[in-house]
Design a binder for this molecule. Structure first.
Ligand code: FE2
Length: 290
């Protein structure tokens, strides 16, 4: 018998400017919530409509000690990195970048998109790496939309895109370093889903659009508010109201390790942060050939 988790609390996303000045809605880190072990940050990029030539991005910057997961919904981003890696993310695509010991990369609007203008909407999630993995070789998992497994309920009222973990009998194609679930659910009006979440996972929902009802108590909550569930069950219940609901369900097993963060570096000790700064300044994370 499954027990549906209750809501512990909710946190409104804070609108802020990131990188070269692009608009994000950020549920964490904020004054209200510094991290959500094993996650360090969630940014909803936009949604924002850019005029021709106006689209913004994040020019060359380093990362060490964690993973960045970029999921495009609308618009496109071109990325480049210090290992000579290049790619374009289009709507529905996911890039799971394990920064490990360090990369320098840029995330900029695709030039054709920047010229034409248009809507940018996407997500970036930072997944912390356990101490044992912080200095591993960088790795990319590039998943075009068509390679990301999806599933539906038999009545077709609930669809899910399985970026990490498992839902509706379908397993993700992406490999994670620690147990992670990352699922994008689309519910038709009135539809409901009970998603199993193993008890060791901490889990939250982040609604992108539509007012839904959440948790065992089925509390009504609108978009752009992080819904944090308690540890009091082995499933999460999500329901749509009178309009379709687009919602992310994200969870993982906490690392329970010290977190020392300094901008784009997230390590376990102050010494490791100092080393990261030294290594970056000495060019040991490489640079992007332009
Ligand atoms: Fe980045």
């Amino acid at each position: 018998m499954t027990t549906s988790r209750t809501i512990r609390h909710t946190i409104a996303a804070v609108r802020t400017l990131e990188g070269g000045g692009f608009v994000v809605h950020r549920p964490f880190p904020t004054r209200m919530l510094m991290d959500f072990d094993p996650f360090l940050l969630l940014d909803e990029m936009g949604p924002i409509d850019y005029a021709p030539g106006e689209a913004k991005g994040a020019p060359d910057h380093p990362h060490r000690g964690f993973e960045t997961v970029t999921y495009m919904l609308e618009g496109s981003f071109a990325h480049k990195d210090s290992a000579g890696h290049r790619g374009v993310l289009r709507p529905g695509d996911v890039q799971w970048m394990t920064a490990g010991a360090g990369v320098v990369h840029s995330e900029m609007p695709d030039p054709a998109f920047a010229r034409a203008g248009g809507r940018v909407h996407g997500l970036q999630l930072w997944v912390n790496l356990p101490r044992r993995d912080k200095m591993i070789e960088p790795r990319y998992q590039e998943m075009p939309s068509e390679r990301i497994p999806t599933a539906s309920t038999s009545d077709g009222k609930v669809r899910v895109k399985v970026i990490a973990g498992e839902a509706l009998g379908v397993k993700a194609a992406i490999e994670t370093r620690t147990p992670i679930l990352y699922q994008h659910f689309t519910l038709q009006p009135g539809a409901s889903i009970v998603q199993p979440v193993p008890s060791a996972y901490r889990v939250f929902a982040y609604p992108l659009s539509g007012t839904g009802r959440y948790g065992d108590e089925q509390r009504e909550i609108g978009a752009q508010r992080m819904v944090i569930f308690g540890d009091d069950g082995d499933a999460v219940t999500l329901s749509a109201g009178d309009e379709p609901l687009e919602v992310l369900l994200i969870g993982g097993v906490p690392l329970n390790e010290p977190v020392v963060r300094h901008g784009p570096f997230v390590m376990n000790t102050e010494d490791e942060i100092r080393q990261a700064i030294v290594d970056y300044q000495a060019g040991r994370m490489g640079e992007i050939a332009h």
